[in-house]
Design a protein around this ligand. Structure first.
Ligand SMILES: Cc1cc2nc3c(=O)[nH]c(=O)nc-3n(C[C@H](O)[C@H](O)[C@H](O)COP(=O)(O)OP(=O)(O)OC[C@H]3O[C@@H](n4cnc5c(N)ncnc54)[C@H](O)[C@@H]3O)c2cc1C
Length: 482
């Protein structure tokens, strides 16, 4: 298992190029925004080596029997699913930001579906995917989920789009492999992940076989172009800021990945053309990934609540009844997000030949709830923090000797707490709410839009026996017998 330093060196050595801030860098790791995000990942690698965390973070691979981190493990029971929710909450609480270790949520669904396709079609996807997972485990590599296609007009199927590359597709194939073309958007950690696990973002119908593709590609493969996205307040990082960053250690980073005719050898192709299996794969990935949301967003919320509580103290309001009431509301939201994740994990089930995934209704509910609840969380934080959240001078002004004394006096709250501490907390709240490490964007669309989760929730709930039973009871209770 790699240490943080070994992980950083390994991605540095891959020299993943990126377009960022108007220029092309030969190695993304040279950019401060990428480095700050990679630092969060490195911290998770280091945590696995901390003696007191080892028991929680290191497990035995059911594939190789070797010790692997929980981030590489294929869940083998509901206990493993719950552990992932708990660990994610812990990581995000410790980092105050995304921990980037979710790729494992794709393992069980893909192991299962590849086995099914092999059994029904005589293909050999399962062994290939299993070999890839074993390598991920053995070499302790990081992969980015490359799922979100550009999609063009959302109502038009892939094969009918004016631009045929609005969904990533196979444009050529021979006995050695396939060539893929298109793009994947909003790629978290792509510029500092060793691998990309390419998956379809939606189902496709017959006639769209070329769009049905799952494969793994090294991040520095020929033909891949990384284009950095802008994040709110990201230019603060270029100006050697510290306090203004809010989270002075860690960041997040997303980019657009263009696949400009990328060759993928067959041993890295896990599905190619089998459109009829995509519905199940996409749904199972949702059920597998979305319980993690409960841990992820509650961990983030833990830090936001703590920072808001500090702000109340610095303002002399910690005993005020309405502040207590609002903090209780924030805690209730965090614990509900967490409970939704745990419940989905506890009600998980086994996929033959795959591993365990969460209950689809409860998993989609976890993500749907979080996508709405974070807005309330941030509303409450902003209410307690006050107008300074959006009207706070920069640290350059704080440090300017001509005006620093005024700011030290007038930005102070209670006696005994320097203005700088208050400003640091304000910046952290800003960071988590809508800044560099925003929980808002991550909860609203990361892992699928709230609306998509709500639709899945409705669809899967129709299969629940207690819904049919309730319908019968409703009729019976009011006397409808026919
Ligand atoms: C912070 C962050 C990190 C992310 N990280 C990753 C990552 O690492 N890897 C990755 O692959 N993706 C990632 N994503 C992408 C994320 O999964 C998508 O943003 C999400 O699935 C929504 O897709 P979209 O952005 O294209 O929006 P859209 O799909 O356009 O959604 C916008 C709205 O339109 C609705 N809509 C969409 N299609 C239809 C339709 N046909 N009919 C009616 N309504 C429709 C949606 O429900 C939603 O309400 C990330 C996103 C964010 C914000």
């Amino acid at each position: 298992m790699m240490t943080g330093e070994e992980y950083l060196r390994s991605v540095e050595e891959m020299r993943i190029p990126i377009y960022i801030d108007g220029e092309r860098l030969d190695n993304a790791m040279r950019h401060p925004a990428v480095r700050a995000a990679a630092a969060a990942v490195a911290a998770t690698y280091d945590m696995a080596h901390e003696p007191e965390l080892r028991e929680r973070l290191v497990v035995r691979s059911h594939l190789s029997g070797e010790p692997v981190t929980i981030f590489q493990h294929v869940p083998q029971n509901t206990g493993d699913l719950v552990a992932k929710v708990n660990v994610t909450r812990y990581l995000n609480r410790r980092l105050g930001i995304c921990s980037f270790r979710c790729i494992q949520n794709a393992y069980a669904p893909l192991l299962y579906i590849t086995r099914r396709i092999d059994l029904e079609k005589g293909t050999s996807y399962h062994e290939r995917f299993r070999a890839w997972v074993e390598r991920m485990q053995r070499e302790d590599l990081l992969a980015c989920p490359a799922i979100t296609d550009p999609k063009g007009s959302r109502k038009i199927p892939a094969q009918e789009q004016l631009d045929p590359d609005m969904y990533l597709r196979v444009v050529d194939r021979n006995h050695q492999g396939i060539v893929i073309r298109g793009a994947k958007l909003h790629q978290t950690g792509a510029a500092f992940s060793h691998e990309k696990l390419v998956l379809p973002c939606t189902t496709h119908r017959a006639g769209a076989e070329n769009y049905a593709v799952a494969c793994a590609v090294p991040a520095n493969a020929e033909g891949i172009v990384h284009i950095s996205v802008r994040q709110s307040q990201d230019d603060r990082r270029r100006r050697d800021a510290e306090i203004d960053l809010g989270n002075i250690y860690y960041g997040v980073h997303e980019c657009i990945c263009v696949f400009d005719d990328v060759f993928v050898p067959w041993e890295r192709v896990f599905l190619c053309g089998e459109v009829e299996y995509l519905g199940e794969l996409v749904n199972l990935f949702g059920a597998s990934h979305r319980p993690t949301t409960g841990g992820c967003k509650s961990g983030w919320a833990d830090v936001l609540i703590a920072a808001t509580q500090l702000m109340a103290e610095y303002n002399g309001l910690e005993r005020s009844s309405h502040v207590q009431d609002k903090l209780a509301d924030m805690i209730a939201i965090a614990e509900t997000m967490y409970s939704c994740g745990v419940a989905a994990a506890l009600r998980g089930f086994e996929l033959p030949g795959g591993g365990y995934v969460g209950d689809p209704v409860l998993a989609n509910n976890a993500k749907y709830y979080a996508s709405r609840a974070v807005f309330d969380l941030i509303r409450l934080a902003e209410d307690i923090t006050g107008g300074i959240l959006s009207c706070c001078p920069s640290e350059r002004e704080m440090r300017n000797p001509e005006i620093a004394a005024w700011l030290a006096r007038f930005l102070k709250g209670v006696d005994g707490v320097p203005a700088e501490h208050r400003v640091r907390v304000v910046r952290l709240i800003e960071n988590i709410s809508w800044g560099l490490g925003s929980i808002l964007h991550s909860a609203t669309h990361g892992g699928g839009s709230g609306q998509a989760c709500k639709m899945s929730l409705l669809e899967f709930s129709r299969l629940q026996p207690h819904r049919a039973e309730a319908l019968e009871r409703a009729k019976a209770l009011c006397g409808i017998t026919a």
